[in-house]
Design a protein around this ligand. Sequence first.
Ligand code: TXE
Length: 497
Amino acid sequence: MVSVTLEVPGIGKYEQPTGLFINNEFIKGKKGQEFEVINPTTEKVICKVHEATEEDVDIAVAAARKAFKNGSEYRNMSTAARGKLLLDLATLFEKNIDLLASVESLDNGKSITMAKGDIGACIGCLRYYGGWADKIHGKVITTAEGTFSYTKREPIGVCGQIIPWNFPLLMWAWKIAPAIACGCTVVLKTAEQTPLGALVAASLCKEAGFPPGVVNIISGFGKTAGAAIASHMDIDKVAFTGSTFIGRTIMKAAASSNLKKVTLELGGKSPNIVFDDADIDDAISWVNFGIFYNHGQCCCAGSRIYVQEGIYDKFVQRFKERASQNVVGDPFDPKTFQGPQVSQLQYDRIMDYIKIGKEEGATVEIGGERHGDVGYFIKPTIFSNVKHDMKIMQEEIFGPVCAIAKFKDADEVVEVANDTLYGLAAAVHTKNLNTAIKVSDALKAGTVWVNSYNLLHWSLPFGGFRQSGIGRELGKAALDNYTQVKTVSINMKGAMF
Ligand code: TXE
């Protein structure tokens, strides 16, 4: 195995795989290149991992294609046996929860408490899709006497999957689990910032008994390995989570190569709406969680906060007090709520937006600056007096920064909430059932939470309206992404013409 010995707080020494996971082995890349993985808390190098280039993508795709061939060990498995692979993998995640969570915190900077929550959600997702594997059916469709027609849901084939760095293991599970439930094989590229947890998880796939070539995990960069996946002629489907900009690139590459099927989960600028009649304490708690959870690095982050005029002043004051209490610091301290941003680049992007917000004339209620001297930490930042056309109200910041604005009534708030390119998520806080339903109906978003925020569940479809994406992940809906319908029509009446 290509690996290094690392030390993780709370775990001690462990063997971190660093190779490309192809055919159930950790191997070096063809060009022999490696890249550094940085600890965002200390800004120091954790280790180097092997880098996949175009040639390695070809090798991984060939392995996945071979595993997908009719008559292969994988294709000969019963659907229940395939489901059991995911169930066994879930059990191994459970056994290794401390290791997986610690590696995730080290690599990404998220607090250990949140990382454990992520692994719990991975386990739920793996089990959920393990349960689906033997329940994916077609239909019998009657058209006329003497004909017999049915549909089957067949696996799409070799799937390329490209994931981001904000939830490295959770995105891994969201992508791998439905693909395997449907009988596909996978070449997954992790984000260059956070390759470590996925490689540990890859070794658990082998331990769970996945046949070689079914799951292949490669570390590498977007412009090389990612682009090679998107334009590969022998990949049948690409699933991507990341920026809207790169989502568009991937769709173009898919269109100009082999028209592979595409699903995209992209950016957002989600509105979080608080009405006068909401329970103010609960609403503040959810608004705080909605934007500052995972350091604001959530595609569905509630970054635009609209508060009705009757409670606006009280809300801003109390929200400031609440957010100031969020513990920012060492991810391995169980009391920590917010760790560092993932990278220098993300830190710089966010600080740039903070500067722009100040220059545009918004008021910094709290934060607006770096936290500490080392690590990519940014203080929770709340802007008020934000106008609708300001950049900080329009563009995805992807950090612990939110903008608050006042509104008069439901019509006005729906209008501004919907005036965005995005449509991933939204929330409404009110005690009035009619308001909750009417406003949820009017909001253009793939998910609307009422009196909560960020409550995702593996059985609930998740994805974007408009430029927030194409297709839905999670729930039964994700099975559509990894299967295609075949119609078989049998004529039982002899020649007709
Ligand atoms: O994203 P990229 P970045 C948003 C967020 C953030 C911004 C930039 O606003 O500030 O995107 O983040 C791979 N062909 N989100 O630069 O570049 C890349 O290697 C194929 C929202 O990190 O989209 C990584 O694996 N792949 C988001 C993945 O795409 C390419 C999560 C995401 O990187 C590629 C992350 C290419 N040409 C960022 N270029 C969400 N929806 O949750 C890059 N990649």
